[in-house]
Write a protein that binds this ligand. Structure first.
Ligand code: C2E
Ligand code: CA
Ligand code: CA
Length: 697
């Protein structure tokens, strides 16, 4: 009798815990789904601002309509469908001036079904004195759409007396839902009709408050998955516990049950991180110690993944703590889905998470989860009102020694995480015993690099850039070269990250910039393009430094170009805009480097006054390999030209690539087909006094 009652209590408690875990998991997923839907609208309003707050749009869309502009901007984009697939202009009386969907004009009145909700959105924005826009979900005969609406207004010209409204829309088709599923890591994400009887869903309502659809997903049951795992152990413990209970307090069962329940509940909250709803560091340490004890000397059955977010501090500093908190919640939710009941997830620090895996596949599961986390964070995250970009550095340690404690396992995962960060962030590294030595090695490289800088032993070489039509050399990119004493030539991809991590990059960058400007001063009509690391660009004194070097070397600033990478822009849009504008004011061109590797949205590029972009060499490679790669390159070049950005293709190795790129409208080519990097002397010999010549290619 006592045994049965004791077992019943324990089962009840475990069942309660399992349900609680699943309930928390459902809560996080619901938040992720709502945040994902909201971010979809935010992105659309950002795109709207790009197109509607624009002098050229203003000139083209008021008075007599400029059909060329409409065709090559609005209609073309609805055809490409990546930003929006529906565009409509409403005139001063809100009459339909034109509408396009999928690149084709729509007959007047086709969008009448969404008129009511649209008017409600317009009423909200029309009251605002300056530009503002609004977005919502609407039902149209063609399906459910996310739409954004706002007036078309100039930036540098006087405001119109009466406004015209641009409406853009994106169908919530399979592609959009798939992307949302990726961003939120919700599996089985799908749209259901309004009112569908599915409790695992969030409703999408239009601006009039009418539900137009629901966003549903497949809710796993992590609590019971975990419960099933501990079941064998539990059965034995239950037996013992129940016996004990039976012996001691068979008469006081009822009060004991209450006490036990209360204690468990208290434990649940002491072990929970209130912000994310995940387990906290303390709970993680307990679980880890238990796991190590359970492993009882059998190796490779416990693995820890230590995850540290890259760029979280920047989000927190630039977008505020509230956004930072939201980011933690969204990230926690997605990690939870990734762990999916197989790993134990905890938030162990401000922007640090840890995952614990047990069983014969522990190591494999840990690295699989880590890769999914990296993959997930490689896309911008959907936050309400914001899109944030963070990455993660992940370290993994495995129980591979009988003497390891839980504490040592966690320390090793932390060391491995540190190495991942040192190696350039947003990557995974597995703890190796050699890592301590590696840490020392990196410190030695940094010391040697510092010495080389002081002694002026770093070389700068120049890789020519050709005009795609004439194959004449019109410029060159400065690339650093270092021969480390006793080791030989070391690739910049290897030591630049060490310079960045050790704070040497500022000095190194200044060195290259000064050398490049001095060398280019002796060339004739050929520009020089210098790579600038994010840390240099971020330094408030960078503008002054560049101006000083220009003055010192006497180089015409119009013959200097800078190359910056995307990560910086995303994390610090305001600072980046200011820095770029500052350079432009000096007459220096600024190009976006490595385009196509990260989050490359051209509409987003319009926020910055770039002169050009450099198509990453992997895109050029892919262009030759797949139809999709070619289309991406073609569309990029077409849209870049619409934004009046010059395009330089990197890594051009074959005559065929050069021909295809030229046909697609790419103006500049760089790669081994034309030339490897040349020394300053060779550059001077070829482009010094003789003027531009064509290399054989
Ligand atoms: P990046 O800016 O993408 O530079 C182009 C890289 O592609 C160079 O490698 C160049 O040698 C290589 N490359 C050029 N043509 C071809 C080709 O046809 N095929 C292939 N496969 N590769 C080609 P490098 O010199 O090893 O530089 C690597 C990276 O190091 C650069 O990538 C840049 O991000 C960084 N870097 C180099 N010099 C500097 C510098 O002075 N400052 C900073 N901050 N970074 C630098
Ligand atoms: Ca570059
Ligand atoms: Ca590049």
């Amino acid at each position: 009798m006592a045994v049965v009652a004791g077992a019943a209590v324990s089962i009840t408690l475990l069942e309660y815990m399992a349900r609680e875990v699943t309930r928390i998991d459902h809560g996080v997923r619901t938040r992720a789904a709502s945040a994902g839907a909201a971010a979809l609208l935010t992105r659309l309003t950002e795109t709207h601002a790009d197109y509607a707050r624009w002098d050229e749009a203003y000139l083209a869309l008021y008075g007599e309509l400029d059909q060329d502009f409409i065709q090559s901007n609005l209609a073309l984009t609805t055809g490409l469908g990546n930003l929006y697939d529906f565009a409509m202009l409403l005139d001063e009386g809100h009459g339909e001036a034109f509408a396009f969907r999928g690149g084709l004009p729509l007959p007047t009145g086709s969008a009448d079904a969404m008129r009511g909700p649209l008017e409600r959105l317009i009423a909200g924005v029309a009251a605002e004195p300056d530009y503002s826009n609004a977005a919502g979900f609407v039902a149209a005969p063609a399906g459910i759409y996310a739409v954004a609406v706002g007036p078309v207004v100039p930036v540098g010209l006087p405001m119109p007396e009466s406004e015209r409204f641009l409406v853009i829309g994106k169908a919530l088709d399979q592609g959009v839902i798939a992307r949302l599923a990726d961003e939120t890591v919700l599996s089985g994400l799908r749209l259901l009709p309004p009112g569908a009887a599915n409790p695992i869903a969030v409703p999408l309502v239009d601006p009039l408050g009418t539900e137009v659809a629901r966003l549903a997903w497949t809710q796993p049951d992590p609590g019971h998955v975990a419960l099933a795992k501990v079941w064998p152990v539990t059965v034995v413990s239950i037996g013992l516990l129940a016996l004990l209970i039976g012996y001691l307090v068979s008469s006081a069962l009822r009060s004991l049950r209450e006490a036990a329940e209360g204690e468990q509940q208290a434990r649940v909250s002491a072990d929970l991180d209130p912000l994310s709803g995940l387990a906290n560091r303390r709970a993680f340490r307990d679980r880890l110690d238990e796991a190590v004890a359970r492993a009882d000397g059998s190796l490779h059955t416990v693995a820890v993944a230590y995850v540290d977010l890259d760029g979280f501090k920047e989000v927190n500093d630039t977008q505020g703590h509230e956004t930072g908190d939201r980011l933690i919640c969204v990230v926690a939710a997605s990690f939870q889905s990734i762990a999916d009941g197989r790993g134990f997830l905890a938030r162990v620090g401000g922007d640090e998470f840890a995952l614990l895996f047990e069983g014969p596949d522990a190591a494999a599961e840990a690295s699989k989860a880590a890769r999914r986390i990296l993959d997930h964070l490689s896309r911008p995250l959907a936050l309400v009102g914001h899109v944030a970009n963070v990455g993660a550095s992940i370290g993994i340690s495995v129980l591979d020694d009988r003497t390891l404690s839980g504490e040592e396992l966690l320390r090793r995962a932390d060391v491995a995480m540190y190495m991942a960060k040192e190696n350039g962030r947003h990557r995974l590294s597995v703890y190796r015993r050699t890592m301590d030595a590696e840490k020392r090695e990196r410190a030695a490289i940094a010391a040697d690099l510092r010495a080389a800088l002081v002694a002026g032993r770093l070389e700068v070489v120049y890789q020519p850039i050709a005009d795609s039509a004439t194959h004449e050399i019109i410029g060159a990119e400065a690339l650093i070269r270092w021969s480390r004493p006793g080791y030989g030539e070391m690739a910049p991809d290897h030591f630049i990250p060490i310079a960045e991590a050790s704070g040497l990059i500022g000095e190194l960058g200044t060195y290259v910039l000064r050398r490049a400007c001095a060398d280019a001063g002796r060339w004739k009509d050929v520009f020089v393009s210098v790579n600038v690391s994010p840390a240099q660009f971020r330094d408030g004194r960078f503008g002054t430094l560049v101006a000083t070097i220009i003055a010192e070397t006497g180089l015409d600033p119009r013959r200097l170009a800078l190359e910056v990478t995307e990560t910086y822009l995303i994390n610090y849009p305001e600072e980046a805009r200011r820095a770029i504008d500052g350079m432009r004011a000096l007459g220096i061109a600024v190009a976006l480097d490595d385009f196509g590797t990260g989050y490359s949205s051209l509409s987003y590029l319009r926020q910055f006054t770039f002169d050009g972009l450099k198509l990453d060499r992997h895109m050029v490679e892919e262009m030759s390999e797949s139809e999709g790669g070619l289309r991406f390159v073609e569309a990029t070049i077409a849209m870049a030209s619409a934004l009046r950005l010059s395009v330089t293709a990197e890594g051009v190795e074959t005559a065929e690539q050069a021909a295809v790129l030229h046909r697609a409208g790419c103006q500049r080519l760089q790669g081994y087909l034309f030339s490897q990097a040349l020394s300053a002397n060779e550059m001077r010999r070829l482009h010094g006094d003789t003027g531009p010549i064509a290399l054989s290619a």
